[in-house]
Design a protein around this ligand. Structure first.
Ligand SMILES: CC(C)(COP(=O)(O)OP(=O)(O)OC[C@H]1O[C@@H](n2cnc3c(N)ncnc32)[C@H](O)[C@@H]1OP(=O)(O)O)[C@@H](O)C(=O)NCCC(=O)NCCS
Length: 333
């Protein structure tokens, strides 16, 4: 079976820059704490009238143009977000008309920060099987709408930014390699370490949501920061070695490693644990904060535009997110 390939990438980053000093107006925190513990200095927040599907649409338009295609050549859309336009139906249904693609299939996935790699994996299988020719994978987040500056919410709130990134997957051009492997993992025994409990059917009562859920903060992210940090570092480091071994490669053959931009201290720990040379690791978390699933496609697109990822580069993506979910993708660009 011929390989699939990323034919184009695109992003949308809102223009409004929010510094740590702006975050200090939203909650009890300090610039020193944020920089020391997370490395984040700035993030982007979108205009509140916008939704995840608006950000996604802009990223998709630019990815399709970058691929040299027109939107009507897209056969399937896969979308990942933890900030959907509405609770249901899936966010891809709100995105689709904005792309003028009514009638083609759309799939919503909910793989948190590993959304890009899960989406690439699904797209890769459909393209290689010949089911669909051009698949748009898009990750978009409006995390500014999920900031809870309370004592219990501020450990994660300081990280969060908005943005969207998309990739077009299609058949690899003659003789090229493209997506070499995607390796997916999950361990739901960690699901409660980073969770938004309400609304839901798992609250042991009749109501899907109550006023008490809002008052008690159950509608916000709650994170066991230490568990997420330790698991994130361990699983993403393992994913690096697993991908190398599955592809019969050594670290020095990889041109660029792009990990999920969770937190600078996590990225530093991954570098230490894997021994990966720092200069080959793409990092932009200081500028954009953690944009959940959108972080990885934005980093990939930016690394391409800055020339760190070139045509022919061997790029390793690794991601980790709540669930727990983790994954790797090895790409020949
Ligand atoms: C976010 C992170 C820096 C918080 O550090 P932590 O030590 O786990 O934080 P805790 O919630 O245990 O709190 C430790 C102390 O810091 C304080 N703290 C937490 N968030 C704070 C904030 N935003 N500002 C100031 N102090 C804060 C807590 O109140 C607590 O102080 P106390 O002991 O006096 O009560 C850390 O957990 C982390 O990096 N985790 C990885 C999470 C991540 O990147 N997730 C992304 C999902 S992929």
């Amino acid at each position: 079976m011929p390989h699939s390939q990323i034919l184009g990438t695109g992003v949308y980053l809102p223009p409004r820059v929010v510094t740590n000093f702006d975050v200090m107006q939203m909650m009890e925190t300090t610039n020193e704490f944020i920089v020391e513990r997370t490395g984040v200095r700035r993030r982007r927040h979108a205009d509140p009238e916008l939704s995840a599907s608006d950000l996604a649409a802009a990223a998709c338009q630019s990815a399709v143009a970058d691929a040299g295609l027109s939107m009507d050549q897209i056969d399937l859309v896969i979308m990942n977000t933890i900030t959907p336009d509405h609770a249901d139906p899936g966010c891809a249904f709100f995105l689709q008309p904005k792309l003028g693609l009514s009638g083609i299939p759309v799939i919503d996935i909910k793989q948190q920060c590993a959304g890009l790699i899960y989406g690439l994996s699904i797209a890769d299988h459909f393209v290689r099987a010949g089911t669909y020719r051009h698949v748009l994978v898009v990750c978009a987040e409006m995390l500014s709408k999920r900031i809870d500056g309370s004592y219990d919410g501020r450990n994660i709130a300081i990280l969060l930014g908005d943005g969207a990134g998309a990739a077009v997957v299609g058949p690899a051009k003659d003789g090229q390699e493209g997506i070499l492997s995607t390796i997916l993992h999950a361990d739901g025994s960690g699901a409660k370490a980073l969770v938004t409990a309400a609304p839901g059917s798992g609250l042991g009562r009749k109501e899907h949501i109550t006023k008490e859920d809002i008052d008690s903060g159950r509608v916000h992210f709650r994170m066991d920061g230490k568990a997420v940090f330790e698991n994130g570092v361990a699983r993403m480091s393992e994913a690096v070695f697993e991908s190398l071994s599955a592809n019969g490669l050594t670290m020095d053959q990889i041109d660029v490693l792009i990990p999920h931009q969770a937190n600078l201290r996590m990225l530093e720990a991954i570098v230490k644990q894997t021994g990966f040379p720092t200069e080959k690791v793409y990092v932009n978390v200081e500028e954009y904060g953690n944009i959940a699933s959108a972080s990885l496609p934005i980093a990939l697109d930016e690394a391409r535009r800055k020339g760190m990822v070139k045509p022919g580069s061997l790029v390793l993506l690794v991601a980790f997110g709540s669930g727990f979910v983790w994954a790797s993708a090895l790409l020949r660009m």
